[in-house]
Design a protein around this ligand. Structure first.
Ligand SMILES: Cc1cc2nc3c(=O)[nH]c(=O)nc-3n(C[C@H](O)[C@H](O)[C@H](O)COP(=O)(O)OP(=O)(O)OC[C@H]3O[C@@H](n4cnc5c(N)ncnc54)[C@H](O)[C@@H]3O)c2cc1C
Length: 323
């Protein structure tokens, strides 16, 4: 079968990431000559199902009580059953933490192949491959996915949305017998601090590094600047590892890959591992006291100065512009 399955979680909205996922799925399905099928796991998914039906040929809801809430092993079992039955050529995920946790395991369960953080999907005859950026975005690695199905999770905002179909796709409920996982148990859920969850989708990011000097200036200096810019907050690994800000703020090779229009790197040196997360930022602006900091080789605008002098001036200017 040459169908493409996109996997969604009911907790997601029909946001840019999901629209991009559907867009990537539709183009791949067209290239393969198959259908685009959407699978949604979790309860309270009706709204998402109607939205996704506007762009997918079929929508399958798996909303049994056992999978009401995300639980990795149970979701994996359900997806393995569903995708096993549908037998698609490719299974695509967005790049959220649930997807990253499940996708490689699903590939293994289905005997398929896996690739992560893809910015491109290519079909060439029988061959299916995924492109991902390497060396901080200076080159692209092309990974051929030889085993079926190809299970791929996509980088946010790298794929255009799908055009609506003339007639909405059919929505059905999966008759699944889901085995709830007895080996692991969710004991507590903590909501991430406001704003940080959608760092991958942010248009403007104010990010701080070790040179910020501690947790307080993130609150007193950077946060007010971010608020004025309508920006999300990010950080280097050094700042996260120091415990100044939550680990979910980390941008980079082992953190989040972001694609904002403006990335403001404040007191961040610009190590290659950090740059790997911002290679698709349209404009990088850096504030750093060290004129030799590597970040200055990558930024469009650079200010060699102590951030404690520059940030208050920026805030003042922005406040003036808002009056
Ligand atoms: C396998 C691996 C994976 C990694 N993954 C990541 C990752 O995902 N993300 C990531 O960020 N890093 C990652 N790192 C770490 C990375 O190599 C760097 O160590 C880290 O990015 C450095 O963070 P930093 O720039 O905040 O700190 P530093 O290197 O300490 O730089 C601080 C900067 O602040 C400047 N500064 C100091 N005071 C001021 C001031 N008052 N005003 C203005 N500027 C000032 C300094 O000149 C300096 O350039 C990884 C490393 C490894 C080995």
């Amino acid at each position: 079968m040459n169908d493409v399955c996109i996997c969604l979680f009911a907790s997601a909205g029909f946001d840019k990431a999901v629209q991009g996922l559907a867009g990537a799925g539709r183009r791949l399905a067209n290239d393969l000559g198959g259908l685009l099928r959407a699978v949604i796991l979790g309860t309270r998914s009706d709204e998402l199902a109607s939205a996704i039906a506007s762009v997918a040929d079929t929508v399958i809801l798996a909303d049994q009580a056992e999978i009401a809430e995300y639980q990795p092993e149970t979701y994996l079992n359900a997806l393995a059953r569903l995708c096993g039955d549908l037998s698609p050529r490719a299974v695509l995920f967005a790049n959220d933490t649930y997807s990253q946790e499940i996708a490689p395991r699903l590939a293994y369960r289905l005997g398929g192949s896996a690739a992560g953080d893809a910015v491109e999907m290519r079909v060439d005859g029988d061959s299916l491959s995924a492109g991902r950026q390497v060396y901080g975005g200076k080159a692209q690695a092309v990974i051929e996915l030889k085993r079926r199905p190809a299970v791929v999770w996509l980088r946010a905002r790298s794929f255009a949305p799908a055009a609506p179909l003339p007639e909405a796709g059919k929505i059905t409920r999966a008759a699944l017998e889901v085995q709830a996982d007895t080996r692991t148990r969710i004991v507590e859920r903590k909501r991430e601090q406001g704003g940080e969850a959608r760092l991958e989708e942010a248009r403007v990011i104010v990010s701080g590094g070790r040179g910020i000097g501690g947790p307080e200036p993130f609150e007193t200096e950077l946060k007010p600047l971010a608020d004025l810019l309508g920006a999300q907050m990010g950080a280097s690994r050094a700042a996260c590892d120091a415990g100044w800000v939550p680990p979910t703020w980390q941008v980079g090779q082992t953190g989040k890959k972001v694609t904002p229009d403006l990335y403001l790197a404040i007191a961040i040196t610009g190590a290659s591992q950090h740059m790997a997360g911002i290679s698709e930022a349209k404009i990088i602006t850096a504030i750093n006291t060290d004129p030799d900091a590597p970040i200055f080789k990558h930024c469009r605008f650079g200010i060699i100065e102590d951030y404690r002098k520059v940030v208050p001036l920026l805030r003042e200017k922005l406040t003036g512009l808002q009056k």
